[in-house]
Ligand binder design. Structure first.
Ligand SMILES: Nc1ncnc2c1ncn2[C@@H]1O[C@H](COP(=O)(O)OP(=O)(O)OP(=O)(O)O)[C@@H](O)[C@H]1O
Length: 321
């Protein structure tokens, strides 16, 4: 659905997007992540046919974004960051206006506008002036606009920006429900959302792609340590004994204790699970264990690690480009 090859965008000498390449398959929901100024919005604008690139090649739904921008715009529903809406128009009136611009007409248009208002939860607001809507409802109107012409591909630039947790959940459910009918490229800073919604993640930093994998693979292969939390009833220097287990980098005894239970956190090499070794040791030492909880790195850890490793690609794990 998206095929980007060595795409570059320069603004007055500054390189915002630097020779990036990635693909998105039909039906995928792909999270496009990166810190502020990474080049996400620039890439999304180019893919939506709203801005030319400096060099490279990009195909969207089989159309070339440089030479077939009309067909590209027909295939894409683009929701820009802080989507500009006409604040003096009413919701329904605005959606009619946008649908006509996108080539819809007659009964089909009326039916479709009804559908997208239902889908995005703005039916009750249809007669309200956009200028009087809350931020959350404005975002929904922008999403309804992006969906109205039934695009094959949705490009959503921070659709949950400024929304409260309930509204965020609504958008997440909506995206999931769109999955069978649309392909989605989504940028967001809410990494928890990405873990729950996206099939794949493309991470960009300083204009370059730094990672491209499923959220699970990214977190699994992260170089950061895995944490193992333990509650043990035992006497003596347990931390020292736990530290001696191969692949345990460090065992720390926590201060908060509920006698006789002592709490420990083990920092373990990635891709190692030392729970069996801990149990063997406990049996040998006659310790009692009442909790053993593995804490895997989150997508947020991956994001932070990648952002901090910028400019040193050799430090980045093997799954990362
Ligand atoms: N119209 C413009 N003129 C000049 N520089 C620009 C323009 N738009 C963006 N930039 C610069 O290009 C770089 C990438 O910006 P872009 O908006 O694509 O990043 P982003 O990843 O979307 O960031 P954010 O998460 O903050 O929205 C930044 O350094 C930004 O300052």
């Amino acid at each position: 659905m998206i095929d980007v090859q060595e795409l570059t965008k320069q603004y007055a000498g500054r390189t915002a997007v630097n020779s990036i390449s990635f693909q998105v398959e039909p039906g995928e929901i792909v999270g496009f992540l990166g810190p502020n100024g990474a080049g996400k919005s620039t890439t999304m604008r180019i893919l939506s046919g709203y801005m030319p690139a400096t060099s490279g090649r990009a195909l969207v739904a089989g159309f070339d974004v440089f030479h077939q921008s009309i067909q590209v715009r027909q295939s894409v529903g683009y929701m820009p960051e802080n989507a500009p809406l006409y604040t003096d128009m009413r919701v329904k009136e605005y959606l009619y206006f946008r649908a006509e611009l996108k080539g819809l007409s007659g009964t089909a248009m009326r039916r479709r506008i009804g559908e997208v208002m239902e889908l995005t939860g703005v039916t009750d607001m249809r007669k309200r002036l956009i200028g009087n809507l809350s931020k959350g409802y404005r975002q929904r109107v922008a999403l309804a606009d992006a969906l109205v012409h039934k695009p094959k591909l949705l490009i959503l630039d921070e659709p949950t920006n400024g929304l409260d947790p309930v509204q965020i959940r609504h958008v997440r459910d909506l995206l999931r429900s769109l999955k069978s009918k649309h392909t989605v490229l989504l940028s967001t800073h809410i990494l928890h959302e990405v873990e729950q919604t996206c099939d794949r993640v493309v991470m960009i930093h300083q204009g370059r792609i730094r990672a491209n994998d499923t959220p699970a693979n990214l977190t699994r292969q992260l170089r950061s340590t895995t944490l193992l939390h333990l509650e043990i009833d035992g006497t003596g220097n347990l931390a020292e004994k736990l530290s001696a287990i191969p692949a345990v980098r460090k065992a720390t005894e926590e201060e908060l204790q509920i006698h006789p239970w002592r709490r420990f956190t083990l920092r373990v090499e990635p891709d190692h699970d030392v729970r069996d070794e801990v149990l063997d040791l406990a049996l040998k030492q006659k310790w009692r264990i009442r909790e053993m909880h593995l804490q895997l790195p989150t997508l947020e850890d991956v994001f932070v690690e990648l952002s901090m490793n910028a400019g040193t690609p050799t430090d980045i794990p093997t799954h990362v480009l």
